[in-house]
Ligand binder design. Structure first.
Ligand code: C2E
Ligand code: MG
Ligand code: MG
Length: 680
């Protein structure tokens, strides 16, 4: 059994060199065994025919009966081999079976056949005549020859088969009494060795073929596995690339807070929508939505709540916009919606109901917050075919609407376009004016109500564009919005200080200069003031800076700090246009200004409640230690009333209109005297 074990797959040790896997080795062994079994039916038939021929072919042999017994034994071997072959055909050949056992069975079957035939030649040697012996030697040699190729898939079986079959007969013949027996014995012996070496070569060839075939198959499997790996790696890479692309897309296209599209993405989407609208010849309405009261929420409840409000508003907008791509957060509390195939009337209706929807209270952490929204609409193609311009126009419409009435909707119109064109013209002109020093200053005296002496003169900026005198009330906001205020304001300060130092008044007349909120918040105004004073030689206590109440809406801490530093220099601070802006008495208290200038609207409405407000301001100013100036005194009657009320200082056309530096001295000498006479 050990021998059989050894013989079963000898010759296939090489498989380990190309494949370390047990599977690969078994595959090679199965291939060899399959080859052996495929040749088996032919060899079984040949063996049966040979056996029958040996028994029934030589009728003169006296051992007939013994031959029958032998044939019966051989038949048993053949039946066993047949059954084994059928078992392989039915149960194994197309399966991935364990090859060791069937190989053993096969080898045993073939050895029994060889041994049986060999037994025949030895058993009946003495009863054979010369013809039968010669025929038997030829038959055995032919069988050995055939087996050297049909058994080539099993090295040891193939090489030993001829030996088992021929050696006993050759040996017995070689030592036989007759000459012909010796000759046949010798022939048999030689043939055995020839068959041995031919079987060896055939085995080598077959073994190599099987190995190469399997190496090939193995490589194919390895290649398939590698391919699979590559496919998997690619799939992984693809999904990673997809994820990464998604992340990058989100980072560059999605607003991280609201998850709505951001500016960049929306502009791209809008470009596409406009293109579509052009192809379909349809209208498109662009809605610019700005929340009302959002700043208040941020200031009062903090930015975390502000963020939640923006998220809640975004959710509401998502529910209203029909297409997610046509909605974006433009920035801060501004949102855009593009409505495809809508007329201006339809867009207005949509906006009105959207405002109602957005204005519903928002419940956040036990708080009920009320906000509104103002919407501006611009139409494609009526107003513009360009996405950026369309947004600007909708913004303009929204802004115009906010100026007149918040939480309502406005469609862009020609008046707005004119205003826009004028704004663009002024913007351009302002840049020119700055570089070419086209500005000049006028001064309006502010008089003491007791003796009508000039307390100070307010410097007011003047600008003429193409012969038209543009009001500072118009161009200053444009300068502020376009980042020109810092440069412009610094020029005013330097120029006013310089001119004031050359005034031909007595020393007591101070200079008052208007300062924009932006100068106080975003620029180093202290340094500018210092250098203006140094260059002009004007005393710090002779300089007033007028700040408007809108200052309170800005970065108050910084404003207060700047004001305190300026006051430490000796500069005085006035709160301008008091009563019109974001007045807050507590802030007025914190600011500790020197002068409060009451807005001229209260003088104009002196008999309709204005007087009461001026009196109240007087009272507060007195308590807080401020001096009070009332602006916009246009008539003698107004002047008399205000003087009787005990207002500290008065300013207005009744006393003097703003004038050039050169006119100040003569006005001071002549006109003031006349007014005094009138009043006395
Ligand atoms: P403001 O500081 O309140 O200046 C007073 C404005 O009222 C001046 O208008 C002045 O001409 C006008 N006014 C004076 N008395 C009367 C009167 O009796 N009746 C009427 N109806 N108006 C009177 P102006 O010069 O057009 O300036 C408008 C605003 O522009 C100023 O208001 C000020 O806020 C701003 N402004 C002017 N110059 C500058 C500047 O150099 N810098 C800054 N930041 N703002 C300036
Ligand atoms: Mg002023
Ligand atoms: Mg004023």
């Amino acid at each position: 059994m050990l021998l059989v074990n050894y013989l079963t797959f000898e010759g296939f040790k090489g498989i380990s060199t190309f494949s370390s896997s047990h599977d690969a080795a078994q595959r090679v062994q199965r291939d060899a065994l399959n080859m052996l079994y495929r040749n088996n039916s032919g060899s079984l038939l040949v063996n049966l025919c040979v056996s029958l021929a040996l028994v029934f072919g030589f009728v003169d042999n006296p051992e007939k009966f013994s031959k029958y017994i032998w044939l019966a034994g051989m038949s048993l071997v053949f039946i066993m081999r047949y059954l084994d072959m059928r078992h392989w055909q039915l149960n194994l050949q197309d399966h991935k079976y364990e090859p060791a056992k069937p190989m053993r069975r096969f080898a045993i079957g073939r050895y029994f056949t060889a041994a049986g035939l060999s037994l025949y030649s030895v058993w009946f040697f003495h009863s054979m005549d010369v013809i039968e012996l010669a025929s038997t030697v030829v038959i055995m040699s032919a069988l050995a020859g055939g087996a050297s190729t049909t058994l080539a898939a099993n090295k040891w079986l193939a090489m030993s088969y001829a030996g088992v079959l021929l050696l006993p007969l050759s040996a017995i013949s070689l030592f036989g009494d007759e000459q012909y027996q010796n000759t046949l014995g010798l022939l048999g012996l030689v043939f055995t060795f020839v068959m041995y070496s031919s079987a060896k070569r055939a085995c080598q060839f077959t073994t190599e073929s099987i190995l190469v075939k399997n190496q090939h198959a193995d490589l194919l499997i390895q290649m398939a596995a590698k391919n699979q790996e590559v496919v998997e790696a690619n799939t992984n890479l693809e999904s990673k690339v997809k994820q990464r692309a998604k992340k990058i897309f989100e980072l560059s296209n999605i607003d991280p807070l609201t998850k709505l599209f951001n500016r960049k993405a929306f502009l791209k989407n809008l470009h596409g929508l406009l293109h579509e609208a052009e192809e379909k010849q349809q209208d498109l309405a662009l809605l610019f939505i700005d929340l009302d009261g959002f700043k208040g929420v941020n200031d009062v409840h903090g930015h975390a709540i502000g963020d939640k409000v923006l998220i809640a508003i975004s959710q509401r907008l998502i529910g209203q916009a029909h297409n997610h791509a046509s909605l974006c957060r433009w920035g801060g509390d501004e949102f855009l919606i593009a409505l495809e195939n809508r007329t201006a009337v339809e867009a207005r209706e949509f906006s009105t109901s959207l405002i109602k929807f957005l204005s519903q209270p928002i419940r956040l952490e036990e708080k009920l917050l009320n906000l509104g929204a103002t919407i501006g609409i611009a139409m494609y193609p009526e107003h513009s075919a360009n996405e950026i311009e369309l947004i600007e126009l909708a913004d303009t419409a929204m802004y115009a609407q906010k100026q007149s009435k918040k939480s309502d909707v406005s469609v862009f119109n020609s008046t707005m376009r004119d205003a826009l064109n004028r704004e663009a013209k002024l913007k351009e002109g302002l840049r020119e004016a700055l570089t070419h020093e086209q500005f000049y200053l006028v001064y309006q005296p502010v008089v003491d109500s007791r003796n009508l002496q000039v307390n100070f003169c307010e410097a007011l900026l003047r600008w003429e564009l193409d012969g038209e005198l543009i009001s500072p009330a118009e161009f200053i906001p444009i300068a502020e919005q376009n980042g020109l205020m810092y440069e412009m304001g610094s020029w005013v300060l330097r120029q006013a200080c310089l001119e004031a130092s050359q005034w031909e008044f007595d020393d007591k007349v101070s200079l008052s200069v208007n300062v924009s909120v932006l100068q106080l918040v975003y620029s180093d105004i202290v340094a500018v003031v210092k250098s203006a004073l140094e260059q002009s030689g004007l005393a710090a206590h002779n300089l007033h800076l007028e700040i408007t109440e809108s200052i309170f809406a800005e970065d108050l801490k910084r404003v207060i700090k700047q004001i305190k530093t300026l006051q430490l220099l000796g500069v005085k601070v006035s709160v301008d246009d008091f009563g019109t802006g974001f007045s807050s008495l507590s802030l007025l208290q914190r600011l500790s200004a020197d002068v409060v200038k009451v807005d001229r609207s209260f003088v104009a409405s002196l008999n309709k409640g204005g007087k009461a407000i001026i009196q109240a301001t007087q009272y507060i100013a007195k308590e807080l230690g401020y001096s009070i100036v009332v602006e916009g005194v246009e008539t003698e009657q107004q002047a008399r009333v205000l003087m009787a009320m005990g207002v500290n200082s008065l300013q207005g056309f009744f006393f003097a209109k703003p004038m050039r530096k050169t006119e100040l001295a003569s006005w001071h000498k002549q006109h003031l005297k006349g007014r005094m006479d009138t009043l006395n």
